[in-house]
Design a protein around this ligand. Structure first.
Ligand code: UDP
Length: 310
C-alpha cells in the first residue's frame, strides 16, 4: 500500500503516519508546516516528506492507493490567524487531492468535522442533520470550507466514480496537540501545569465531547476497510460543560490555578455531542479511552516536551 496524507505533520496526520508505517505501508507525507511540525514525523525508510501547499499544486510520483486529506488549521484561534489558507485548503486543496486520487486511480478519504453542524439545533448530532451554520461568522472560514470539501467529495464520487470516505471528527485531543494550539484542552492543561489562570470562555455552560486521538485513528482504519461513502461521525459521546472540564483538568494536574472567565468567541456552538450509532453499526467501532486516561497521556506528553509545573 502506498498512501498520501496531507496535513501529515499535524496533530492527527502524524498519528496516522505512525499507524500506517507500523503496518509496513509506504507513506508520502505532505504538509506546508504552517501549523504542523516536521518533528512530529519520524525518520523511516518508508516515509517521504514533501513540503507543499496542497491548495497550489500536488506533485506525487508513482502509484498511489489512497489519498487522505487531513490538511487544515483547525483551532478556533487559527480561524482568525489563517482565514484565507483555511478557505483555500478546504476548497482548492480538496479539489487538488480529489484530482490526484482520480489521476492515480486511488481512493480518497476526507477529514471533515463536527463544525459542519455549526451551532446545532439537533442534539446529539446525527450524520443526517444538515446543520446550522452562519456563513459570515469568524468560524465560517472553517465550517464552510469543510462543507464545500464534503460537497466536492460527493460530486467526485457521483460524477467520476471515485471511491470516497468522509469522517466528521468531533473534538479530539492527545499528544502532539501543540501547547500553543489554542483549543480548550491544550489551553487548560498548559495553564494548569504552569500555574496560570484557566481561561473559561463565556460562563462555561457550553458543552463538548472529547475523543482521545487513538480512538479516532482506530475508527479511520476501520472505515478504510469497509465500503461506505456517506459521512461518518467519529467522536466520544461523553459530554461535559467547559466549566466541568476546567475543574477536571485542575484536579488531574493537582493545580492551584484559579479559573477565570473571558468573553465567548463569535459563533461558539452551545452544545456538541456526536451520535455515533452509524460508526457503531458500520464499523463495529466505539470510543474506548476515558477522559481521565486520555488526559493523563496528554499531560505526560507535555511533560516530555519540557512543560513543567511552576
Ligand atoms: N474554550 C474555553 N477556554 C479556552 C479555549 C476554549 O473556554 O481557553 C471553550 C470554547 O469557547 C469552546 C470550547 O471551549 O466553547 C471548545 O473550544 P475549542 O477551541 O477546543 O474548539 P471548538 O469545539 O469550539 O471548535
Amino acid at each position: 500500500m502506498r498512501i498520501v496524507i496531507t496535513g501529515a505533520a499535524g496533530f492527527v496526520g502524524s498519528h496516522l503516519v505512525d499507524m500506517f508505517l507500523s503496518l509496513g505501508y509506504e507513506v508520502v507525507a505532505i504538509d506546508n508546516l504552517i501549523t504542523g511540525k516536521r518533528s512530529n514525523l519520524t525518520v523511516n525508510k518508508n516515509l517521504t516528506f514533501l513540503e507543499q501547499n496542497v491548495y497550489k499544486y500536488i506533485e506525487v510520483e508513482g502509484k498511489v492507493d489512497w489519498v487522505l486529506h487531513f490538511a487544515s488549521p483547525a483551532s478556533p484561534i487559527d480561524f482568525m490567524k489563517y482565514p484565507i489558507p483555511i478557505l483555500k485548503v478546504g476548497s482548492s486543496g480538496t479539489i487538488n487531492c480529489l484530482g490526484l486520487a482520480k489521476a492515480k486511480g486511488a481512493k480518497f478519504f476526507l477529514a471533515s468535522t463536527s463544525e459542519v453542524y455549526g451551532d446545532p439545533l439537533e442534539h446529539p448530532q446525527k450524520e443526517t442533520y444538515v446543520g446550522n451554520v452562519d456563513p459570515i461568522s469568524e468560524r465560517s472560514v472553517y465550517d464552510e470550507s469543510k462543507r464545500f470539501a464534503e460537497a466536492a467529495t460527493m460530486a467526485y464520487h457521483r460524477f467520476h466514480k471515485i471511491n470516497v470516505r468522509i469522517i466528521r471528527i468531533f473534538n479530539t485531543y492527545g499528544p502532539r496537540m501543540r501547547p500553543e494550539d489554542g483549543r480548550v484542552l491544550s489551553n487548560f492543561i498548559t495553564q494548569a501545569m504552569t500555574g496560570k489562570p484557566i481561561t473559561v470562555y463565556g460562563d462555561g455552560s457550553q458543552t463538548r465531547s472529547f475523543q482521545y486521538v487513538s480512538d479516532l485513528v482506530n475508527g479511520i482504519t476501520k472505515l478504510m476497510d469497509v465500503e461506505y461513502q456517506l459521512p461518518v461521525n467519529l467522536g466520544n459521546p461523553n459530554e461535559f460543560t467547559i466549566l466541568e472540564l476546567a475543574n477536571i483538568v485542575k484536579k488531574i494536574t493537582n493545580s492551584s490555578s484559579e479559573i477565570i472567565f473571558k468573553p465567548l468567541p463569535d459563533a461558539d456552538p452551545k452544545r456538541r455531542r456526536p451520535d455515533i450509532s452509524r460508526a457503531k453499526e458500520i464499523l463495529k467501532w466505539d470510543s474506548k479511552v476515558s477522559l481521565e486516561d486520555g488526559l493523563k497521556k496528554m499531560i505526560d506528553y507535555y511533560k516530555s516536551i519540557g512543560l513543567t509545573k511552576v
